[in-house]
Design a protein around this ligand. Structure first.
Ligand code: F6R
Length: 608
């Protein structure tokens, strides 16, 4: 969602602010702005729209100053307009604030401030914060103290960065439940809402705890905790490099990240496995694709480790009747580690008595810090809004966990463990094979030949309805395929367990409907074939995905069959999702959609 960048150094901060915001733009935004101290006053340039509009604005009306803050805004309170863009200032324009998150008691505070004579210029909750800091600063003449008093009266989630003409050699930073990272480079101090913005300048990163307030100068950080006591927060070295966060020769981050899946899987297979006591029962909490991964994890735990599990959508779990989870384990799954619903669900599970663990990609993220144990995904930075390697590494992490617990629980015999070992070793090669077969294939303008996926995408660029069907593990893969298509190509698609079709949705099947039938689960194949026949008989066009060995069984019933290498059924989600990601990608390109930054979406969803 929103992005924050702050710089305090010797040179003009504006280019670094713009560069940092550009690196954060993958998170999704609809307005951008910067504020710098020009030696006399605060210069603010902000605009609705893209970073290009901000650059144009800065070209027409340059701003210069060695200390500054910048922001990309994803609208929550108020429309994406120039005046709602951050930074926001107090009435005198002496204090500027950028903010990620939501101030929940904004309305009450706004009314109170209005009653005291404050006139608001925007609809944002952030402007309330700017006026509060100014009010407390007038009372205390101490900006840190004013910020502390402000965070004592606001509720909700926030990362705040504050600058003032009265203290032009420092930035103040506060956080609660919203990510913020601080870095010290060779000649400047930096603060940002996410690591990629800082990678060009430093890889030594300091993370704040909830309730901390930091004072950042050019070469030092001083942190006080929620009780006002000075504390040392350690610096960590980030092992991602800039190249990993750039798209290199790929046309988009999503394409790069799809292609990186075999190497991400290989990296994860080499990585240590989290050690924890084996739970008697598991509750997964996750959102979106991570929820789909957890549905697969639920199957893995039951089948391989004999452990019953439930998969819960985090935003629902948070508000269900809080029954005791004593003796159980809650596992949060999250690429970003910052999805607020997943974070809160995990916290709640802890309060309800569960042991906690998490499967996370981003080091030191909030979820990783709350969880009792963490399995890292080792996917490397994922920049495209739609997850690809994030999803496959989540699924693989779950498979490894289930195999480990199965071995320790004696639900898997030694020879089965051995066989699995062999299958996992083969996985990156099989993934590469599928990516080569169902990769780009020459769709681009003027190409004479067309690969299977781009050709299919061209023929099915705008079906009236798309159903993704599957049984067992294929149901979750179908859900992931439908979500990918929806979110990046804006084609409405829906996923169903194939057996559910007859209980209602089959009424929608007629000519012009596309059915993508996942048929990779061998034991369930006859049943899935029956469902394919049912939709064919009603006029649907059917694309089926199956293991190579089952191609003949499907050839007469489906209009088109995409085959995957023969492998254990449990590996199929990791292979079948690859052509589905590519299908969504090709349809999105044909429809002229922005694949890396689909409309209305944000990379890490830090508001409810
Ligand atoms: C879909 C997608 C989202 C995320 C969801 C959870 O392509 O990316 O559905 O999976 O927002 O995000 P994380 O894993 O960061 O918690």
């Amino acid at each position: 969602m929103c992005g924050i960048m702050g710089v305090i150094g010797r040179e003009n901060a504006v280019p670094k602010l713009v560069n940092g915001l550009q690196h954060l733009s993958y998170r999704g935004y609809d307005a951008a702005g910067v504020a710098v101290y020009n030696g006399n006053t605060l210069d603010i340039r902000k605009t609705a729209g893209t970073m290009d509009r901000l650059r144009d604005l800065l070209e027409g009306q340059p701003a210069e100053g060695s200390i500054g803050i910048g922001h990309t805004r994803w609208a929550t309170h108020g429309a994406p307009t120039d005046c709602n863009a951050h930074p926001h200032t107090d009435t005198d324009g002496r204090i500027a604030v950028v903010h990620n998150g939501i101030i929940e008691n904004e309305r009450v505070l706004r009314q109170r401030l209005a009653a005291e004579g404050i006139t608001f210029r925007s609809q944002t909750d952030t402007e309330v914060v700017a006026h509060l800091i100014a009010k407390f600063n007038r009372e205390t003449c101490d900006l840190r103290c004013a910020l502390r008093k402000t965070v004592e009266v606001i509720t909700g989630a926030y990362a705040l960065v504050v600058m003032s003409v009265d203290e032009p050699d420092r930035l103040y930073i506060a956080r609660k439940d919203s990510p913020i990272v601080i870095g010290l480079g060779k000649d400047a101090g930096y603060v940002a809402s996410d690591i990629p913005a800082l990678l060009p300048y430093t890889r030594d990163i300091l993370l704040l705890e909830d309730g901390d307030i930091a004072c950042l100068s050019q070469d030092a950080v001083n942190v006080t905790n929620k009780d006002g006591d000075e504390v040392q927060r350690p610096f960590r070295r980030i092992d991602w490099d800039q190249e990993a966060a750039d798209k290199g020769e790929h046309t988009s981050f999503m394409e790069k990240e799809m292609d990186e899946q075999p190497e991400a899987a290989a990296r994860l297979l080499e990585a240590p496995l989290v050690q924890s006591k084996i739970p008697s029962r598991v509750t997964f909490v996750a959102c979106g694709s991570a929820y789909h991964a957890s549905l697969i994890g639920k199957h893995y735990l039951a089948e391989l480790a004999g452990i019953p599990a439930t998969a819960e959508i985090a935003s629902e779990f948070r508000y269900e009747t809080p029954l005791s989870l004593d003796g159980q384990m809650a596992i949060a799954i999250s690429q970003s580690g910052e999805t607020v619903d997943t974070l809160m669900a995990l916290r709640q599970a802890k309060e309800r008595g569960a042991d906690t663990a998490a499967i996370v990609n981003v080091q030191d993220s909030s979820i990783a810090r709350v969880a009792g144990a963490v399995q890292w995904m080792h996917a490397g930075p994922e920049i495209a809004v739609a997850t690809t390697k994030g999803f496959t590494t989540q699924v693989l992490a779950l498979l490894r966990l289930a195999l480990d617990w199965g071995r320790k629980n004696d639900t898997l015999r030694a020879n089965e463990v051995q066989e699995w070992h062999g299958s996992l070793k083969e996985l990156p090669r099989l993934m590469r094979e599928v990516l080569v077969k169902y990769g780009n294939g020459g769709l681009r303008e003027g190409a004479e030949e067309c690969g299977a996926v781009p050709c299919f995408a061209r023929q099915n660029i705008a079906p009236r309805l798309v159903f993704f069907l599957g049984r067992g593990l294929d149901t979750a893969t179908a859900m992931e395929g439908a979500l990918k298509l929806k979110e990046i190509s804006y084609q409405h698609a829906t996923a169903y367990p194939a057996g559910e079709l007859k209980h209602g949705p089959i009424a929608l099947i007629e000519n012009d409907v596309l059915v993508v039938a996942l048929a990779t689960q061998r034991e369930l194949l006859p049943k899935t074939i029956s469902n394919i026949r049912e939709v064919k008989a009603r006029g649907a066009r059917v694309l089926a995905l199956c293991q190579q060995q089952d191609e003949a069984a499907l050839a007469n019933d489906a209009d088109e069959v995409w085959t995957l290498p023969n492998a254990p059924d449990c590996l199929m989600p990791l292979l079948a999702v690859l052509p589905l990601q590519r299908l969504a990608y090709e349809v999105a390109l044909l429809r002229g959609c922005s694949v890396d930054k689909p409309r209305n979406l944000a990379k890490s969803v830090t508001v409810e």
